[in-house]
Design a protein around this ligand. Structure first.
Ligand code: ADP
Length: 390
């Protein structure tokens, strides 16, 4: 049975405040509980407790949640107004832009805990950004970042104002894929940073803000803080689309993202093999759990065109399409294995994918078109009037 908020809240009924001598539910100090794929985040509302009592209570809450079993992978317990402050990187890392995360003020004190995922009251959104689309994958190496970048550039080529956010804070790759090496980040006002402007898109990545050789190992709250800073402190301005390249797999960055930003939806990238499909299914389910609509699946590395002009289905072309129809989510198209795409990615010149190879360009354009169509459907559904019949 998978871990749910209800299970956590029910277990927390047994946790008593050491100074106020009542359980934390009846004290109404449990402000927020969210859970995704075993990653749990809890926020408590401070009352009159001493700091020793707060530490004790924090530990008791963590222990109670961990007692729910192996399905609990990570627990973050924070105090309102002090979010992330207890966190430190697990190993040598760096905080983006050299800043410490600031405590987040909440109105707090609501009865019970709020749901994790889209629609949580924490969401602030990005004023000026019309559509936020996350690109995820069940596992690494399937070409998720490549697809995110090419979709972004493809949308920009259609005249949209587009940004790309490297949400893969554990392994940022936009520096390479967009050719940002040597570019210096520029500040904007006191606490904002200008995005880089390349190939018709605005871009921000942690890869440009920390030393390239340093390992990026974050504990949950630090990852939360890093993603938050990148998303919220970049001066995106007015955008039609912000594409977010997520870390591979499921985890707490998607959870943070869904709490922070109102997403139009997500795209899942998958290669055709059975094992890749299994991982992609998990990614689709994760978005569903976070109440983020899946706009569609892209089959990357679908087939290969040999020098003889023949198409070879190396990984079993069509596998992701079958999976999409089985799961009832739209299929956005295929991108072949292409040596130019690989070389253009390494060189940071994504525009060449649209210009050097007509077939590759057409396949990517078709994915972009299909995504645009899905967003239009989403917009229509969101603005559809409701009829009340009495
Ligand atoms: P992920 O984000 O899923 O980890 P990347 O987008 O970083 O994967 O891609 C991994 C590697 O595969 C990169 O070197 C990239 O250039 C290459 N690659 C991705 N898609 C293709 C493709 N369709 N054809 C050729 N190479 C590709």
């Amino acid at each position: 049975m998978s871990l749910t908020r209800e299970m956590i809240i029910s277990r927390l009924q047994d946790v008593t405040d050491p100074e106020l001598h009542r359980d934390i539910i009846s004290l109404n100090i449990l402000n927020h509980v969210s859970v995704c794929d075993g990653y749990v985040r809890v926020r408590l509302e401070p009352r009159s407790q001493s700091s020793a009592a707060r530490t004790q209570l924090q530990q008791a809450v963590e222990q109670a949640i961990r007692s729910l079993g192996d399905e609990v992978k990570q627990v973050n317990v924070e105090w309102e107004g002090n979010e992330g402050a207890s966190a430190s990187p697990a190993a040598a890392g760096a905080s983006p832009a050299g800043q410490q995360q600031s405590g987040q003020q909440q109105t707090g004190g609501q009865a019970g805990a709020q749901a994790g995922g889209q629609g949580g009251q924490e969401q602030q959104g990005l004023p000026g950004v019309k559509h936020i689309i996350a690109v995820g994958a069940g596992k690494g190496g399937v070409g998720k970042s490549c697809v995110a970048v090419n979709v972004a550039v493809g949308l920009a080529r259609r005249g949209y104002r587009v940004g790309v956010l490297d949400g893969d804070i554990y392994g940022p790759s936009l520096t390479t894929l967009l050719g940002l090496e040597g570019m210096q980040p520029q500040g904007h006002g006191r606490d904002k940073i200008e995005p880089f402007e390349v190939h018709g898109v605005k871009a921000m990545t942690l890869g440009q803000l920390v030393e390239p050789e340093k390992p990026l190992i974050w504990r949950g709250p630090m990852a939360h803080g890093a993603f938050r800073q990148l998303a919220m402190q970049t001066n995106w301005g007015e955008l039609d689309y912000l594409i977010i390249d997520l870390p591979p797999g499921t985890g707490d960055v998607p959870l943070t993202m869904s709490q922070l930003l109102p997403l139009t939806g997500a795209v899942v990238v998958c290669t055709p093999q059975k094992v890749a499909q299994d991982d992609a299914r998990r990614a689709v389910r994760m978005f569903a759990q976070l109440q983020i609509p899946v706009l569609g699946i892209v089959e990357n590395m679908s087939y290969f065109i040999g020098d003889d002009g023949k198409e070879y289905d190396i990984f079993g072309r069509g596998g992701a399409q079958i999976m999409a129809s089985e799961m009832g989510v739209p299929f956005l198209g295929v991108i072949p294995i292409n040596m130019r795409l690989r070389a253009n990615s390494d060189q940071g010149t994504p525009i060449s994918n649209f210009e050097d190879d007509a077939k590759l360009g057409k396949e990517i354009e078709a994915v972009v078109q299909a995504l645009e169509d899905q967003v239009a459907v989403h917009d229509m559904e969101a603005s559809a009037p409701t009829l009340n019949v009495h």
